[in-house]
Ligand binder design. Structure first.
Ligand SMILES: [Zn+2]
Ligand SMILES: [Zn+2]
Length: 163
């Protein structure tokens, strides 16, 4: 079971339930809402450190779930990147996805669904895939996200089905 934690004011429950059911056949339950910890904000970058968000969140995980998905609307980064769409902590099975960079041109829901499948793929054991249309392809830009589909390629599908 996957627990879904959304930042207050965000409501993507149905979209996320549908896409996770379709791609991984896993049920999603809506858990408590997320407050972004102020210590995750980096004033020099005016962005939020995604790993700090996850690390703070570890203490409030709903224990009934094996996998945890956090949806926020803040501009997030990790030290190696200017920005990221999402981040997966594969040790703790926690993924975070932000809508911040995904909303241009009215394609938010489509892109969010793809990035959710991508980060869930990581916490279910998948790595990046070299096939540009596979959802596990690494997205550097929204153009990458728009090019790829919602689906795992046959090779990634085979790997996730072994898990
Ligand atoms: Zn990735
Ligand atoms: Zn693939």
């Amino acid at each position: 079971m996957v627990c879904l934690y959304q930042q207050e004011g965000l409501e993507f429950s149905e979209l996320i339930k549908d896409i996770i059911k379709k791609q991984f056949n896993l049920p999603v339950v809506v858990a408590h809402s997320v407050r972004i910890p102020s210590q995750a904000f980096n004033p020099l970058r005016t962005q939020y450190d995604a790993m700090k968000i996850i690390e703070t969140f570890v203490y409030s995980l709903d224990q009934k779930c094996n996998w945890h998905l956090i949806i926020i609307d803040k501009d997030i980064y990790t030290p190696r990147f200017n920005f990221i769409f999402g981040l997966a902590d594969v040790q703790r099975n926690i993924a975070v996805v932000s809508t911040y960079r995904l909303s241009k041109n009215g394609l938010l829901k489509e892109r969010l669904a793809k990035e959710v499948v991508h980060e869930m793929g990581h916490i279910l054991g998948l790595n990046h895939c070299p096939i540009p249309v596979c959802v596990m392809y690494f997205s550097n830009t929204v153009a990458d996200t728009d090019r790829k589909g919602f689906d795992l390629c046959p090779e990634c599908r085979r790997k996730v089905e072994r898990i």
